[in-house]
Ligand binder design. Structure first.
Ligand code: AMP
Length: 177
């Protein structure tokens, strides 16, 4: 069994969560499995080890898990994009539409420097709304490069999250469904 097949086999699908019609991809079944954790972190490390990444930015909350583990392995810092009112110091914020509802994310104003190479990470790409908001936030810091990664990219059900990003944005996903 390939690494990809192993991840797919361990990913739980929960129908009609959190609202009817959504096929929820539950990464908790990947996160709880030691081999899945190792595969995800190692594969992402191989993808980004030569990019000079200095900051990994994780999106709350499922983006924190692999984002932080990968930051350690890359020798990079870790930055949290959080839901409104959670970050204690000065923040920048951006609102966006989700696959199921509207939301806002925030980042500390001192989180990123122009000298940084940033890797943005989240568990899953659906409509692309939340990652686009995070991308817009990070862009305001004018870092050297911004890369984007997901564990899972949803390509079916009329979703085309990739389309909301400029073609020149380097984006990867370990699993495409
Ligand atoms: P989007 O902004 O539409 O790309 O949605 C991505 C964010 O919402 C990620 O943080 C996911 O955790 C969550 N999400 C959206 N749709 C799903 C889904 N079908 N299964 C699991 N998580 C989802």
């Amino acid at each position: 069994m390939t690494n990809n097949e192993f991840l797919l086999k361990h990913l739980r699908n929960v129908p009609d969560f959190p609202v009817p019609g959504i096929q929820f991809k539950d990464v908790s079944t990947l996160y709880k499995n030691p081999r899945c954790m190792k595969i995800m972190v190692n594969e992402l490390y191989e993808l980004y080890k030569d990019k000079g990444i200095t900051k990994v930015v994780g999106i709350e909350s499922r983006g924190f898990v692999i984002g932080a583990a990968l930051a350690v392995k890359l020798g990079a810092g870790f930055v949290m994009c959080r839901k409104p009112g959670k970050l204690p110091a000065d923040t920048l914020s951006e609102s966006y539409m989700k696959e199921y509802g509207k939301d806002t994310i925030e980042i500390h104003t001192d989180a990123i420097e122009p000298t940084d190479n940033v890797l943005l990470h989240d568990d899953l790409l659906a409509t692309g709304g939340s990652m686009k908001a995070a991308y817009n936030l990070v862009k305001k810091f004018n870092p050297k490069n911004i890369y984007i990664n997901f564990i899972i990219e949803l390509t079916g059900e009329g979703l085309n999250g990739r389309a909301v990003f400029d073609k020149d944005v380097e984006m990867t996903a370990l699993i495409k469904i």
